[in-house]
Design a protein around this ligand. Structure first.
Ligand SMILES: O=P(O)(O)O[C@H]1O[C@H](CO)[C@@H](O)[C@H]1O
Ligand SMILES: [Mn+2]
Ligand SMILES: [Mn+2]
Length: 402
């Protein structure tokens, strides 16, 4: 038996989604967005020179077939990504009606989202009275701050001082189906924030709001406020039998690295390892040695998205890609005979694009362990199917009980 390592570079899309025009950044449709492709172009043109320099260097991802996958997905010949593939490569197209993390991950794990998510309106207040009341009750406060669409880093700068004086939680949303709660780890308390999220989550899930997200931060008015790695997502449980359910049901170890545990509400997970991305890479490296035959290792690297995509930081995104690629170069030679390592993404977040939100894109499917071949265009669910077949476990099934 052999293992499967499924790695999600959060938001590392490669353009070309046929329905991109139905998704928006503000008023601008996502048509033409291409996260990795546009980063490669910006790097080649000398427009991504902060903390790095020159053309985008991703030799390991490219050897797996990244450049070919970008061309297949979007028609773009990405500068510097022109290696002859040694891996099995393709590009996947999403069908779920959402360009968010849970939609992408569930569908990759074999279960597309069967409902329309609820989104809060771009009004102030954004939340209906029922929700605001529930938030105040769960916090034990006389009010909440925010109550609008906001960027998470901006909203803690804007509302942080009042949060420190009143102790009221900062509640905000985005174009995604989320209710986010930011609170100071000491002033408000991390455990209290997590309890608050846990308490209001069922009400929001009933409304088909995908996630309640705890966004703890530290700092003060003088030095500024910074978010910590203690983010927690309280997500609706996936409908149907996911890849994780299938693996756990077959008696396999399922190692969730990063936010995978949160995204799947811990269902189908037997071991959870968290931390910032550099620590996640350490966990992944440990699991290359430790994971048992037949195990599924499912990892999400979130910083592409949170630190660079939403921040429209092209140099930062390029740096993180180059870091990931270099780390992958140390992991790949340590794969055992019969192991599968598959690198993919859950949606786009093109840092060269309009707005600050995700972009609807196809994603790469890059495999080590299947030899060199073209997998072509496929659906997101086929990624879960490929992994299940490799592990010789039942296929994920959206219509089956978990
Ligand atoms: O601006 P921040 O708080 O990082 O928000 C981002 O994080 C949310 C969850 O991934 C997304 O909906 C996006 O808006
Ligand atoms: Mn994501
Ligand atoms: Mn995001």
């Amino acid at each position: 038996m052999s293992r499967a390592f499924l790695l999600v570079m959060d938001s590392a899309g490669i353009g070309g989604a046929p329905d991109a025009g139905e998704f928006f950044n503000g008023e601008v449709p996502d048509t033409g967005s291409n996260t990795i492709g546009h980063i490669a172009e910006a790097c080649a043109a000398g427009r991504a020179e902060e903390g790095r320099s020159g053309p985008l260097k991703l030799p390991n991802l490219d050897r797996l077939g990244l450049g070919r996958a970008i061309a297949l997905a979007s028609g773009l010949e990405a500068p510097g990504l022109d290696a002859a593939p040694e891996g099995a490569w393709g590009a996947a197209t999403e069908v779920s009606n959402g360009k968010d993390t849970p939609s992408g991950h569930w569908e990759l794990a074999g279960v597309p989202v069967p409902w329309d998510w609820h989104y809060f309106p771009k009004e102030v207040p954004a939340f209906p009275t029922e929700v605001t009341r529930a938030l105040m009750q769960a916090a034990g406060t006389d009010g909440i701050l925010g109550n609008r669409h906001a960027s998470g880093t901006a909203v803690i700068e804007e509302e942080g001082p009042e949060h420190m004086s009143t102790g009221w939680p900062i509640c905000y949303t985005s174009v995604d189906s989320v209710l986010q709660i930011a609170a100071h780890e000491e002033r408000f308390g991390l455990d209290r924030l997590l309890d608050m999220c846990r308490e209001v989550a069922p009400l929001l899930h009933d409304m088909k709001v995908g996630r309640v997200i705890a966004r703890p931060f530290v700092g003060d008015e003088k030095t500024g406020f910074t978010r910590t790695a203690n983010r927690r997502d309280f997500a609706i449980a996936a409908p149907g039998r996911t890849l994780l359910d299938a693996a756990k049901g077959a008696g396999r170890d399922v190692h969730a690295v990063g936010k995978i545990g949160d995204i799947f509400s811990m269902r189908g997970v037997t071991d959870l390892r968290k931390g910032p991305d550099d620590r996640l890479m350490g966990h992944l490296s440990d699991l290359v040695d430790e994971a048992a035959d037949g195990a599924l290792v499912f990892a999400n690297f979130v910083e592409f998205d949170t630190n660079f995509g939403h921040r429209r930081d092209v140099s930062g995104y390029a740096r993180h890609l180059e870091w990931f690629d270099a780390e992958l170069g140390k992991i790949l030679p340590r794969m055992r005979e019969g192991d599968l390592l598959l690198v993919t993404a859950d949606h786009g977040n093109d840092p060269t694009f309009s707005g600050t939100d995700h972009t609807r894109e196809r994603v790469p499917v890059l495999c080590h362990g299947f030899g060199a071949r073209e997998l072509g265009l496929m659906g997101f669910t086929e990624v879960g199917g490929l992994v299940a077949r490799h592990l010789d476990i039942p296929a994920p099934d959206p219509d089956a009980q978990p």
